[in-house]
Design a protein. Structure first.
Length: 309
């Protein structure tokens, strides 16, 4: 009887190990406060992704220090197969150049890139400002405040580069995510933001210009930055999924397959279309190479804008 019990226990443990992914709860870290662009997309991505994997998953907002608190937690969970990050561009490709962190671009297992969107320069629709020229003119007498989802995030980088390359007078006020920044814009604590079409669709805002090489479909009347007579400033806010270093190749492959299936699903495509979140899938190797290229390019932009020491 004892031998039978031991055999059954061994079979149970072997089965549990084989189906560990299905038995575990997956922790999906979003390194911003709830309500921002990254969080909005992540919460639409999560249920499809978890269904593809056959797991229970939980989205957990870990805001702080321009998305580096949550990103550092994932990077520090080396070998843990049950935590991943729905990661924004800034925490992976900008922040490691701005300050000493416990992680860098080499600290992750790359799973996939999901979406990418150009940023718009925007004001509240209740503002009397209807053009970039008007914004610049008014700022000469009363310098404006612009918000961002945190120091060193892409919205901050885009606005800092714009201020350096134009006559706009504006100072930076960081927040813990796009959601809190939008609340500040609605309350006139700040007057300007740079963010994505997802934010434009979810809040009552007026775009003045787009940080892209070409005008964006649906916003044909919104000029590009270089059409305003300024140097071309091309910034896109992209997002993707990363896991800690040290997870098994099998688990990384499962995540990669589930991510590809999620991004290609009709449900996610429908959400992306409504939210104006441009699907821009990249697989693990291409995503890792892309992040490392953007890291080097952003480092140069930061130096040019005087944001590095």
């Amino acid at each position: 009887m004892k031998s039978l019990r031991c055999s059954l226990a061994a079979l149970t443990l072997a089965g549990a190990a084989h189906s560990a992914l299905a038995a575990d709860t997956l922790d999906i870290v979003v390194p911003f406060a709830a309500g921002g662009a990254t969080d909005i997309v992540a919460r639409s991505f999560e249920p499809i992704f978890s269904q593809q994997l056959g797991v229970t998953s939980v989205v957990r907002n870990v805001a702080g220090a321009s998305a580096t608190v949550g990103t550092a937690e994932v990077a520090g969970s080396e070998g843990n197969p049950n935590i991943i990050e729905y990661a924004p561009a800034g925490s992976l490709s900008i922040q490691p150049s701005l300050k000493e962190l416990s992680y860098g671009p080499d600290s992750f297992t790359y799973i996939c890139r999901t979406v990418s969107n150009p940023m718009f320069l925007m004001v509240s629709k209740s503002s009397d400002i209807e053009s970039f020229q008007q914004l610049v003119e008014q700022s000469q007498e009363y310098p404006f405040l612009y918000g961002s989802s945190g120091p060193g995030t892409l919205p901050h980088l885009a606005m800092a580069a714009l201020v350096v390359n134009s006559d706009l007078k504006a100072e930076h006020v960081p927040y813990s995510g796009s959601g809190p920044a939008m609340n500040a814009l609605a309350g006139d604590e700040i007057q300007i933001m740079a963010d994505t079409e997802t934010i434009l669709e979810n809040y009552d805002l007026r775009p003045l210009a787009v940080f892209a090489e070409q005008r964006v479909a649906g916003y044909e009347n919104v000029p590009t930055i270089d059409e305003l007579g300024l140097p071309a400033l091309d910034f896109a806010v992209w997002q993707g999924v990363v896991a800690p270093k040290g997870i098994s190749e099998e688990r990384a492959s499962q995540y990669a397959k589930a991510c590809k299936a999620t991004v290609e699903s009709e449900r996610f495509k429908t959400f992306a279309d409504k939210a104006k979140a441009g699907i821009a899938y990249l697989g693990p190797n291409d995503f890792e190479a892309f992040v490392k290229r953007r890291f080097e390019a952003n480092k140069q932009v930061l130096q040019d804008a005087g944001l590095t020491q």
